[in-house]
Design a protein around this ligand. Structure first.
Ligand code: ME8
Length: 543
């Protein structure tokens, strides 16, 4: 090999390897993350919003890691329910979906969700592409015309399965149903069943959590997949089949396609640069109720289109209110815009991420929200920052001292130095609540470090000045490291803290080792981060 290099010249020999490496790195750097697109059948609630905040934390974290992130969210605007609710509201469907789509977008904006694209399925370009996809699959033979037979409620214009009938009547309006047959289009799911099962088994990251993966395999795929009815002739608020306009496309085919149509997918292979760059998606973040659509119908649709499959589909648990299902009709509902009139956006973001774990549902109540804010954001984080800054101002006129660390500091330093790696690991496994807890643990450890080192006693004797300066340095550096990580979770608050520290060291590279905060820097701000919430008063205000 050396001989070869000497003969041909090092640069010439390595060029193709560097080029490959360069493109490989560039390719690895992209990160495409999506959320479910919300139905425009009504105003979204805090449960729908939780998912967008979840995806936002991942998107922000990946941007901070240096990935080229595309974060897409939006609204799913066709279907029976949307049409019915527009009628109930006495509105034209287009006016109705415009209004609700704005509400969905507004909630994400209020929650500081940094989406790059907000998409809407009534977009004419999306409609055209869905029609092209449908026609392509029809011509390929993966979609065929057949007969749909089932129990039909004429006033409700809906089919039901026998098991869902109540006393042989419609479960919605209680009127008698009739046995009805009609012509419809079907998608050959069964053709791809084996390929799908293989993919799921060979790609452990494909479906998360594990419990959902098992449910999909055991309850659906192994049972044998029935061909899916992918057209409706009883509905007109949908995308018409280009070659048979009596029918509209089943709303899930329309909705799922958003992940590729808005990237510039082209059924003839003339994809946009954006599509070539970002597809396949790294993450589809969706709720536990729609895992089947995303892990069975969607991958099969992609296989039929000869496209690579997304890397990971995470079906997150739900947020409940006081332990019960969020439900508008029973009044058990909270909306982001109302909540944010009473709480800082980061308080709500913090609560949502902390309180919804990886697999089991989380609970929200005003009581719990206030307790979590007071304990974590005010006692643990807020007090740590103001105490540390106050001591530096009091003992050293706010000037950060050069440290001289000892064994006593090792535990805190080790924890802080490994924090990025540990947080990243949890986040990459979709355990966001755990990842946030690891950051908070650094602040808890820092408070304990204050109690153990008693800076106020060190300050009594000027011989201890070096030690006192070191203790404060370690605290400030720990606060900095934790706050840089918090930029992904509670970005406004993280920025306020980093400004208080008067530091320019605010990127992820600066937190991989301990000691980037610069001695000699002056800190002047010791104001509290948040004002403690008086629970009784707040609850009164909320009621
Ligand atoms: O399902 N807690 O739309 P959607 C957490 N349009 N997440 C919740 C929740 C709760 N209490 N309630 C709902 C749809 N969600 C389709 C998606 S994607 C191609 C089409 C989640 O408005 C729900 O699981 O009913 C879903 O991921 C998202 O909110 C939108 O629900």
């Amino acid at each position: 090999m050396i001989k070869f290099i000497n003969q041909g010249g090092t640069a010439e020999y390595f060029r193709p390897y560097f080029m490959n490496f360069y493109f490989e790195v560039k390719k690895m750097k992209k990160f495409y993350i999506t959320t479910a697109i919300d139905y425009t059948s009504g105003k979204p609630h805090i449960g729908n919003n939780y998912e967008k905040v979840y995806a936002d934390v991942v998107a922000r974290f990946k941007r901070l890691e240096g990935y080229d992130v595309l974060f897409q969210t939006g609204t799913d605007e066709h279907g029976q329910k949307v049409k019915e609710n527009a009628q109930i509201a006495g509105k034209d469907p287009v006016d109705f979906v415009n209004e609700i789509s704005n509400e969905v977008r507004k909630a994400s904006d209020l929650l500081n969700v940094s989406y790059d694209k907000f998409v809407r399925t009534i977009d004419p370009l999306h409609i055209k592409k869905v029609q092209e996809i449908f026609e392509y699959l029809y011509n390929k033979g993966d979609i065929y015309k057949g007969t749909y037979e089932g129990f039909y409620c004429t006033p409700c214009e809906s089919y039901f399965l026998e098991k869902d009938l109540i006393n042989e009547s419609c479960p919605d309006c209680s009127r008698k149903v009739i046995n009805k047959k009609e012509e419809a289009y079907f998608f050959k799911l069964s053709k791809y069943e084996k390929q799908l099962l293989e993919h799921i088994n060979n790609n452990p990251e494909f479906i998360k959590p594990e419990s959902k993966k098992r449910e999909m395999i055991n309850n659906f795929i192994k049972e044998g997949l029935q061909d899916l009815c992918v057209s409706r002739s009883t509905l007109d608020w949908g995308i018409k089949l280009p070659f048979d306009p009596k029918h509209v496309v089943y709303v899930w085919i329309d909705a799922l396609s958003n992940y590729i149509t808005f990237l510039g997918y082209d059924v003839n292979g003339n994809h946009s640069e954006e599509f070539k760059k970002y597809w396949p998606a790294n993450y589809h973040i969706i709720g536990k109720d729609i895992v089947r659509f995303h892990t069975i119908y969607w991958p099969i649709l992609l296989m039929a289109l000869d496209l690579p499959l997304p890397k990971t589909i995470y079906g997150h648990p739900w947020l409940t209110i006081e332990g019960g299902k969020i439900s508008k009709s029973s009044g058990n509902v909270i909306y982001a815009d109302q909540l944010l009139k009473h709480f800082h956006v980061d308080m709500v973001r913090y609560f949502l991420i902390k309180e919804v774990p990886y697999q089991s549902d989380g609970t929200m109540s005003y009581d719990l929200l206030i307790d979590v804010i007071n304990t974590d954001l005010i006692n643990t984080l807020g007090n740590l920052v103001s105490r540390t800054n106050s001591m530096l101002i009091k003992y050293f006129d706010g000037i950060i001292q050069a440290p001289k660390q000892t064994d006593k500091d090792k535990e805190l330093i080790n924890y802080a130095e490994n924090l990025f790696t540990n947080v990243k690991k949890e986040l990459d496994n979709c355990h966001l609540s755990n990842s946030l807890n690891l950051i908070m643990e650094l602040f808890r450890k820092s408070n304990k470090y204050i109690d153990e080192n008693e800076p106020w006693n060190l300050a009594k004797d000027s011989n201890n000045n070096e030690r006192l300066g070191t203790v404060l340095y370690n605290l400030l550096e720990s606060i900095r490291i934790g706050s840089v990580l918090l930029k992904a979770y509670i970005p406004d608050t993280a920025e306020v803290i980093l400004n208080k520290l008067n530091t320019k060291e605010t990127d992820f590279n600066s937190i991989k080792t301990f000691g980037s905060i610069v001695p000699g820097t002056t800190i002047t701000d010791k104001d509290p981060l948040f004002i403690r919430i008086d629970k009784e008063e707040k609850l009164k205000e909320l009621s």
